[in-house]
Write a protein that binds this ligand. Structure first.
Ligand code: NAP
Length: 265
């Protein structure tokens, strides 16, 4: 029945009368829909990650929405599915390597290739706290989630990524050090500087495999992290990540972007 829908009536008549099944199957293959792109978004249940997930799904990408909170994650994915888009929830805590490996097992049993990885999950625990009093636990957990988690996720999912795949690290201008350090949240800013360094290391290691790795800053966005005083919507915050995921030149790698323009490290 599928073939009847995809092949023109005159061609079908010719095929059936000639018993020319090989030709018919070739035509069927030519007309079948291309495999949709696939993406994994960490911290996809909220804020910028949820918006990136929705926008990618809206563009026909099969989104694997990863979240550490199973209730919030499955509800966010279900909402996208209710809007008639492709989305699968994946439980994943990026601060726990066993959880990342389990997420890989689940995703790789569903798909053979991952086109887009967005390392978006992040925490900010030390707003307005001076570096001289930063507790060890705050520094370590912030680095674990924001920087090490992104690296482990990339390492773990690499077996199903290949030429043309893209890794996008959601960083922050708070991690820039070219003109001195930002001090509004020292542990957080150090974690984003580290994420930027990881971006450069991965870009260098993956260049020969044709996998692009870039970092981006969403700007100051109205989310649980950014607060209601922030100046940008989640749509504005997600824009550069979406551009890097789908539109940017595939050869662009090892760079830091904001508003689709390169910025200093
Ligand atoms: N908002 C801004 O102004 C701004 C500016 C610059 C950069 N950024 C970056 O943008 C990214 C998204 O932030 P947002 O503003 O959308 O904040 P958000 O609304 O607080 O979202 C953060 C997301 O990360 C998840 N997450 C935190 N720790 C995790 C872990 N261990 N494992 C898995 N998921 C985890 C959160 O899950 P839960 O819901 O379970 O907490 C949530 O889904 C972050 O990397 C942030 O640093 C934001």
């Amino acid at each position: 029945m599928l073939i009847l829908n995809l092949v023109s009536p005159s061609l079908l008549k010719r095929c059936l009368s000639n018993h020319h099944y090989g030709y018919m199957i070739t035509k069927y293959r030519m007309k079948s829909a291309p495999t949709p792109k696939t993406a994994l978004i960490t911290g996809g249940n909220n804020g910028i990650g949820l918006e990136i997930s929705r926008q990618l799904a809206l563009r026909g990408v099969h989104v694997f929405l990863a979240a550490r909170n199973p209730h919030a994650g499955s509800e966010a994915a279900a909402q996208i599915v209710r809007e008639k888009m492709r989305c699968t929830f994946v439980p994943m805590d990026v601060s726990d390597s066993a959880s990342i490996r389990e997420a890989f097992r689940l995703v790789s049993s569903n798909i053979q290739r991952l086109d887009i990885l967005v390392n978006n999950a992040g925490i900010l625990l030390d707003h307005s706290q001076p570096i001289l009093q930063t507790p060890e636990s705050v520094l370590l957990s912030t680095l674990q989630t924001n920087a090490v988690g992104a690296l482990l996720t990339a390492q773990t999912f690499l077996p199903i990524m290949g030429r043309g795949s893209r890794i996008i690290n959601v960083s922050s201008s708070g991690g820039q050090i070219t003109h001195g350090a930002s001090t509004f949240a020292p542990a957080y800013c150090i974690s984003k500087t580290t994420m930027n360094a990881i971006t450069l290391q991965l870009a260098s290691a993956l260049e020969s495999k044709g996998i692009a790795v870039n970092a981006m800053c969403p700007g100051w966005v109205k989310t649980a992290m950014g607060g209601q005083g922030a100046t940008r919507t989640v749509q504005q915050g997600a824009d550069t990540a979406l551009w890097l995921a789908l539109e940017a030149d595939a050869h662009l790698t090892g760079k830091f972007f904001q508003d689709r323009r390169e910025i200093a490290w």
